[in-house]
Write a protein that binds this ligand. Structure first.
Ligand code: ZN
Ligand code: ZN
Length: 340
């Protein structure tokens, strides 16, 4: 198993020190854990391959830009063509998002879906086409598609506000299984993103007040989208499920080999703080339970994706070395968990 640190090319030397702590060395010696990186940032800056296991995360909007701007597709792919020579162990992307931002800040209506059913089918087809193009230029690379939550943040001057709205597209839930089959992607399971999606669909935590208004006499296309996505989605309705979606069952169904880990179970604590990408704490029982479910799936790689105070003003409550601390905490936790 590989434990991965996140970073851009400039941070690698410094972050390689994280692999030399007492806990990391013991993990390597006792459990054959190895280390590596998931790189982010402009692809132009990825000019050499780290001498370890490594993946590259395309920018959040890469596939979305491709979808909305057909005349820029060649240009987009030109930016990553050199990666095929660098041979990353995997290339990760977020599915195509539907760019819709409701005006209704502060009102429940901001969680109503505004895209029509045909557009969801179109987005799925486009994802298949996108992956096909990606595989043409990176034929030897594992392509992973990451599960993505059903929300985005309102922002002000680039700072995330403590309020979210419905943000849909692809890679939201079971459509990943559909795309695994149809597009040949591997699923990358970001445990925080999955929990947040389920919070919304199960109407839990900060989404407990979002109404469930059931679609009467669902049409064939609504039923089809339900089959694919695992939740009801129709224009003018709040996305919903009939039956609670179970986290443990979804982890099993996805059967992912690469994971993103954080300590979050809720992206905002309303009126208090942005709690996304929260630190991994040694004695967090929820994190331990989730980690055990992941370990059962025999993961090949796990990335620590904690935020720190330098990422965005909304994370100013975190320390500047928060990710390093979480990485060390995860090493310590694994020393206990792998012994069990
Ligand atoms: Zn991601
Ligand atoms: Zn992630």
């Amino acid at each position: 198993m590989f434990l991965l640190a996140p970073g851009n090319p400039k941070q690698l030397n410094e972050r390689a020190q994280w692999f030399k702590t007492e806990a990391a060395r013991k993990l390597a010696a006792d459990f054959d854990v190895q280390f590596g990186f998931e790189l982010k940032g402009a692809p132009e800056n990825i000019t050499e391959a780290p001498p370890l296991f490594w993946g590259y995360h395309l920018s959040d909007y890469f596939a979305t830009e491709w979808y909305y701007h057909p005349n820029e597709r060649q240009e987009l792919f030109k930016r990553i063509v050199h990666l095929s020579k660098l041979k990353p162990n995997y290339l990760n992307f977020h599915g195509i998002h539907l760019w819709y931002k409701p005006d209704e800040m502060g009102k429940m209506e901001r969680y109503i879906n505004h895209s029509d059913s045909e557009e969801y089918l179109k987005v799925l087809d486009s994802n298949i086409e996108f992956v096909k193009e990606l595989k043409k230029i990176l034929p030897e690379t594992r392509i992973t598609m990451e599960c993505y939550p059903l929300h985005a943040y309102y922002t002000k001057n680039g700072e995330f506000l403590l309020e979210t709205y419905l943000y849909t597209g692809s890679g939201r839930l079971n459509d990943l299984l559909y795309l695994k089959e149809k597009a040949g992607i591997e699923i990358l399971l970001d445990i925080e993103h999955l929990i947040l999606t389920l919070n919304f669909l199960n109407r839990e935590r900060n989404y407990k007040d979002v109404p469930v208004i059931k679609i009467e006499n669902p049409s064939e296309i609504t039923k089809k989208l339900y089959e694919i996505f695992g939740f009801y989605i129709k224009e003018g309705y709040y996305p919903y499920v009939d039956q609670k979606v179970d986290l443990a069952q979804t982890i099993k169904n996805f059967d992912a080999k690469i994971y993103h880990l954080t300590g979050s179970v809720q992206e905002i604590i309303p009126g208090v703080r942005n709690n996304a990408h929260a630190p991994i704490e040694i004695n967090d029982p929820v994190f331990r339970t989730n980690l055990r479910m992941i370990l059962v799936q025999k993961p090949e790689a796990m990335l620590v994706e904690t935020a720190d105070s330098t990422v965005n003003p909304c994370f100013s409550h975190l320390r500047s070395n928060e990710t390093e601390i979480s990485f060390d905490n995860l090493c310590r936790i694994l020393l206990e968990e792998l012994k069990r």
